[in-house]
Design a protein around this ligand. Structure first.
Ligand code: NCD
Length: 412
């Protein structure tokens, strides 16, 4: 039972929960566990539809336990794992093994995507419960080879026949290995990203459900067909914030310059989803010359907190944050809606009014650093998964791993 919840409409109510779902909204009823929400802003749990939870041979970077603990500590109650693991998720057996690993180690809701490469068993993974297809690498990135146009066209046809959702990493790459963040921005330019988005949209059959991952410029957002995702790092960071060869800020698509970053906010209303692209690499892995450093930065724990600070400063509305971090990604993927009506998934995060600054030493990701260090944020004090207090005041309380299979799932 959640008492004294201020609903998005402004009304105060008590929310009774049973079996992970909202049963009743209104006056108090008797309950085993009561969570008093007085003084907090109660948000539906976020669905971060783009994370790399690593594990296996990459467990030094992150694993399901640390990655999902980091998620709940940031108000995220469902994560969607990308399939560029080592090895990548290309068969139903690998997908089932990945789900089993998560069921044993995750602390919150999760889903697993299928890798999109020519020899992948797409139909088998669809039946085994893959959530979406991709991220599909239309350009090379960490642990993923870029696919050419003809290969993409063939794969899109196969995914469309399965009525699947394809998620796309669209970029154009040129020139020699970059030595600085500005070189990296030029080698994978914003203009190239917008061209890639347009070209790739043209390869998909009419009526296919397309989702563009981590678009980094206003022009790319406007060029997209289907749904559009942006990351907190492209909204809150530019390469002007870092030393020119700071490998920690190396990510694909690259951080842009300050003007491009500010322009991205001008399309806030067109952005469907904010997702973190949580892509942890360790400090030793990043402590190499820029040319050879891995691309990717952590961000699942800081995503909603950064957006909540932007709400408090009046830049964006609370309703838009709920829409882009919870309701829209859930609707795109077919994950049950978290909210304030009977039948809704009872996942919530309680945010205080107080703005703090990000301190990497207090985050829960295994990689142990954050490119957002020092930025303003509002962290949740309590996080509820399936009606149970999963996280409170810095500590994990209860593990609630729940697998959300995709629409094509056929139980064995
Ligand atoms: C991602 C990673 O490290 O897995 N890196 C990144 O720079 N974004 C891969 C990806 O999402 O492209």
């Amino acid at each position: 039972m959640l008492r004294n919840v201020t609903l998005p409409t402004g009304r105060r109510a008590d929310i009774a929960v049973a079996d992970g779902l909202v049963r009743h909204v209104g006056a108090a009823v008797r309950a085993d566990e009561t969570i008093d929400c007085t003084g907090y802003t109660c948000l539906p749990g976020a669905v971060d539809m783009h994370v790399h939870m690593r594990g296996g041979v990459q467990a030094g970077k992150e694993d399901w336990r640390t990655g999902t603990t980091s998620a709940v500590a940031g108000g995220v109650t469902v994560v969607v794992d990308q399939p560029n693991t080592v090895p990548p998720i290309t068969t139903p057996e690998l997908l089932r093994a990945r789900v089993r690993e998560a069921e044993e180690r995750a602390v919150c809701g999760f889903a697993v995507n299928a890798a999109v490469v020519p020899d992948a068993d797409l139909a088998g993974m669809c039946r085994a419960g893959a959530m979406a297809f991709g991220e599909t690498f239309a350009a090379p990135s960490s642990y993923g080879e870029g696919l050419d146009a003809e290969t993409l066209r063939g794969l899109f046809d196969r995914i469309h026949a399965l009525e699947g959702l394809v998620t796309i990493h669209a970029e154009e790459v040129s020139g020699p290995a970059p030595a600085t963040l500005a070189d990296h921005d030029r080698a994978r330019s914003g203009a190239g990203e917008a061209r890639a988005v347009q070209k790739i949209a043209g390869l998909a059959p009419a009526g296919m459900q397309l989702h563009f991952c981590h678009l980094s410029t206003a022009a790319s957002v406007r060029a997209a067909r289907g749904t559009v995702e942006v990351t907190p790092h492209h909204l809150f960071l530019s390469h002007d914030n870092f030393d020119p060869d700071d490998t920690r800020a190396r990510v694909n698509p690259p951080l842009r310059d300050e003007k491009t970053r500010r322009d991205l906010w001008s399309c806030w209303d067109r952005i469907d989803v904010v997702a973190s692209d949580h892509a942890p690499h360790t400090v030793p892995e990043k402590s190499v010359p820029f040319e050879t450093a891995p691309s990717g930065i952590p961000g699942v724990e800081t995503m909603v907190p950064l957006l909540m600070a932007a709400v408090q400063s009046g830049r964006i509305t609370l309703a838009s944050v709920i829409e882009k971090t919870s309701w829209k990604p859930a609707a795109i993927l077919g994950i049950p809606h978290a909210g304030f009506e009977p039948g809704d998934r009872a996942d919530y995060a309680l945010y205080p009014d107080e703005i703090t600054r990000i301190d990497a030493s207090r985050l829960h990701t295994k990689c142990g650093w954050s490119p957002f260090e020092g930025l303003e944020a509002v962290f949740p004090e309590e996080v509820i998964v399936g009606g149970t207090r999963a996280y409170a005041h810095g500590d994990l309380r209860e593990e609630r791993p729940v697998w959300y299979p995709g629409r094509g799932y056929l139980p064995l």
